[in-house]
Structure formats: structure tokens, C-alpha cells
Design a protein around this ligand. Structure first.
Ligand SMILES: Cc1cc2nc3c(=O)[nH]c(=O)nc-3n(C[C@H](O)[C@H](O)[C@H](O)COP(=O)(O)O)c2cc1C
Length: 303
């Protein structure tokens, strides 16, 4: 049997497959559909200091091989998260990564400090790359701001820290290096690509926010390239995310240099997608004589 155990910086996981933030809620609604103890880790919906109602509907729409969303970080806020969501999440049997977002570096530090007081949190993912809120992309599109926000978060917590990058930049490797310099333990590559869909009958945007973030199979080659570029630039682990539906999709990311992957949009059509990805990676490793998943990471042949 192949060994799926994966090390993401200081975090040791039973396998390299995580859920992607915002596509798995706070996991309580997913629990009837799949055995959460089988996940590599669970990344919950972004938490902000104050509750957010999100953008007005319509805020999702289907596109060719993908979807656009402009949810706008709807969430219950830190206080209700700690009181109402954390008790289930910390006992659900999967390592919990809490994804956080703020408007200032102090917000990010505050959230990291507050969550560090709680038991049962395995790590924090910094969402510095939300395309659907005012200034949501600021941190991840400027290397100085990236390094600063990660450094503030780093000083506020000893928990494993992931920085979730934006693909909406001209050179993601500059941002990756900045996040590493700021003290991130790993990079999550990447968030959604900003896009637009138009209703030709009304000649209006299909989303109330006008633009939204594109996710799903449509973005896989783009995300894969971003992962490959980042993996060639930094020494910290990369968590690949973007368009993963099957185990073969996930394996492409691992071979391109990701240490782990996240499954997002696929979950909406197939709530058990994350488990079929884990099972398929296991089968591939056994069929191809790999003893450990770590043997495929970064094994892309270029000659
Ligand atoms: C409906 C929806 C909501 C999302 N909400 C968040 C969020 O709250 N925080 C975050 O960091 N990423 C969020 N994302 C981005 C995903 O975590 C992921 O980075 C992106 O969708 C690409 O992966 P995928 O193609 O597998 O979905 C959201 C994506 C979707 C589709």
C-alpha cells in the first residue's frame, strides 16, 4: 500500500487532499454526505472580524467548464464562528484550517491571534486574494503588501500559516517569494480568476457585482502553470487549487510541484469528489509502483 502521508511545513496530514475554502461551508452541512475523517484537512469558509452579508444576488452563474462567483465573503464573523461553528469543526475528525480575511494588516493579525487562543485549529490560511470585495486583491497584487500582511500574521500566531495567492497578477512568483519572506509555512495557489459573463438579452452582467471569480475545470491549466512557476521559485510547500475534479487532475498538480491540493467547485456537483480524488491518487500510486505520494511531487519530466 502506498503511503499518502503528507507534510505541509509543520503540518502532518494523512493524505494530500483538502477542501477549498468557500466550497465546503463550515462542514456541518457536508457531514451527512461523506466521512469527514478521511479528508487530508478541511479548509472552512473565510472568517472576517465582523459578520458579512456578502454581495447582492445573483452572485453565482455557470460558464463553460466553470462558474463565476461573487459571494463577497458572506460569513458569520469571528464571534459567531467561535461560538457556533468551531465546536462542530474541531470535533469533526479532520484537521481544521481556518481561512481568514481582513481589510488591514491589523485585521489579519487580530484574527490570527484570536484563533490561536482556540483549541482544535491545525492551521490558518490567509485569504489575501478575494476578487469579490473592495480592495480584496490589494494584498496579493503587491509584493510589499503581501510580505507585510504575512509578517503581521506570522507574529500573531505560531500555528502553521498558509498564504492564499491571487492568479490575477502579471508575475505570481514575485508574490510567492514575498509571502515566503513574510514567514508563510506554505502557499495556496491559487484563488479564482477575475471574469465577466453577460446576459445578451438584457445586455447586463450576469452577476450583480458585475465581475466574479472564475473557478472549475476552465481554470485548471492556468492554475497548474501558476503552481509550477511558484514551485520553481520558493522552498516552502505549495498547495495547488483550481479546477480539480478527478484524481488525475490532482496528480497533475502534484507532478507539477504541489505538495497537496484542494478540491473546490467540483464539490457542488459531487459532494464526495474530495474522497474520490483521495481514492484515485491511492490507486495511481499503487498501480505505478510508487511507495509514497511524496515520490510524485515535483516529478515533472521536462527533457
Ligand atoms: C462559491 C465559491 C466561494 C468561494 N469562497 C472562498 C472564500 O470564502 N475564501 C477563499 O479563500 N476562497 C474562496 N473560493 C475560492 C476557492 O477556495 C478556490 O480557490 C477556487 O474556487 C479555485 O478552485 P476550484 O476551481 O477547485 O473551485 C470560493 C470559490 C467558490 C466557487
Amino acid at each position: 500500500m502506498a503511503d499518502l502521508v503528507t507534510q505541509i511545513g509543520p503540518l502532518r496530514l494523512q493524505n494530500p487532499v483538502l477542501t477549498a475554502s468557500g466550497t465546503f461551508g463550515y462542514s456541518d452541512e457536508m457531514a451527512p454526505w461523506l466521512d469527514l475523517t478521511r479528508l487530508g484537512a478541511l479548509v472552512c469558509k473565510t472568517v472576517t472580524r465582523a459578520p458579512r452579508a456578502g454581495n447582492a444576488p445573483p452572485r453565482t452563474c455557470e460558464t463553460s467548464s466553470g462558474m463565476l462567483n461573487a459571494i463577497g465573503l458572506q460569513n458569520v464573523g469571528l464571534e459567531a464562528f467561535r461560538r457556533d461553528k468551531l465546536p462542530f469543526l474541531r470535533d469533526c475528525g479532520a484537521p481544521l484550517i481556518v481561512n481568514v480575511a481582513g481589510e488591514t494588516v491589523e485585521d489579519f493579525a487580530f484574527l490570527c491571534r484570536a484563533l490561536s487562543e482556540e483549541d482544535g485549529i491545525a492551521g490558518i490560511e490567509l485569504n489575501i486574494s478575494c476578487p469579490n470585495v473592495a480592495h480584496g486583491l490589494d494584498f496579493a497584487t503587491d509584493p510589499h503588501l503581501t510580505e507585510d500582511v504575512v509578517a503581521h500574521a506570522r507574529r500573531a500566531t505560531t500555528l502553521p500559516l498558509f498564504a492564499k495567492l491571487s492568479p490575477n497578477v502579471s508575475d505570481i512568483t514575485l508574490i510567492a517569494r514575498a509571502a515566503q519572506n513574510g514567514g508563510a509555512d506554505a502557499l495556496c495557489v491559487a484563488n479564482t480568476f477575475v471574469g465577466l459573463a453577460v446576459d445578451v438579452r438584457s445586455r447586463r452582467p450576469r452577476l450583480s457585482n458585475v465581475t466574479g471569480g472564475l473557478s472549475g475545470p476552465a481554470i485548471k491549466p492556468l492554475a497548474l502553470r501558476a503552481v509550477w512557476k511558484c514551485a520553481g521559485t520558493v522552498s516552502i510547500p505549495i498547495i495547488g487549487v483550481g479546477g480539480i475534479v478527478t484524481a488525475h487532475d490532482a496528480l497533475e498538480f502534484l507532478i507539477a510541484g504541489a505538495t497537496a491540493v484542494q478540491v473546490g467547485t467540483a464539490t457542488f456537483a459531487q459532494p464526495r469528489a474530495v474522497l474520490t480524488v483521495i481514492e484515485g491518487i491511492d490507486a495511481y500510486l499503487n498501480e505505478n509502483g510508487f511507495r509514497s505520494v511524496t515520490d510524485v511531487v515535483g516529478s515533472l519530466k521536462l527533457d
